[in-house]
Design a binder for this molecule. Structure first.
Ligand code: AMP
Length: 113
């Protein structure tokens, strides 16, 4: 099992887990780019957004709902936050396991790329 996120999901390597359910896990990014930087990750190894089948796309709604709840719990819901899903090399995806970044706790740059 070479995927770093699969290893966190299975407990082989530690992660600062802030949410888990039967389909999705969320943990703090090891190299946070903002005071709040959480990764929301499906338990199933899905490589990237571009690989999702029609049936698999619904996981994004679940991940978005968890991001919303985590933002509320982390106290950044009113101030605002950003959700990012990098896809593929030019999209800046480094870890080839689908994930959603939840970023907040400071004024984020208006640059989108
Ligand atoms: P991306 O560039 O969208 O693929 O983002 C991958 C993210 O995973 C980066 O923000 C990394 O800092 C983060 N990351 C890599 N390894 C770990 C780890 N072991 N625990 C938590 N976050 C990690």
């Amino acid at each position: 099992m070479s995927c770093i996120f699969c290893q966190i999901i299975s407990g082989k390597i530690p992660g600062e887990i802030v949410h888990q359910d039967d389909e999705v896990i969320a943990f703090r990014d090891i190299n946070p780019r903002a005071p709040i930087h959480i990764l929301i990750v499906p338990r199933k190894h899905l490589a990237a957004l571009s690989d999702l089948t029609e049936e698999e796309l619904s996981i994004l709604g679940k991940m978005g709902g968890i991001a919303k709840k985590l933002a509320e719990r982390e106290g950044i819901s009113e101030r605002g936050y950003r959700i990012v899903v990098n896809c593929g090399a030019e999209g800046g995806q480094v870890v080839p396991h689908l994930h959603m970044h939840l970023l907040g706790g400071r004024q984020l740059s208006d640059e989108m790329g």
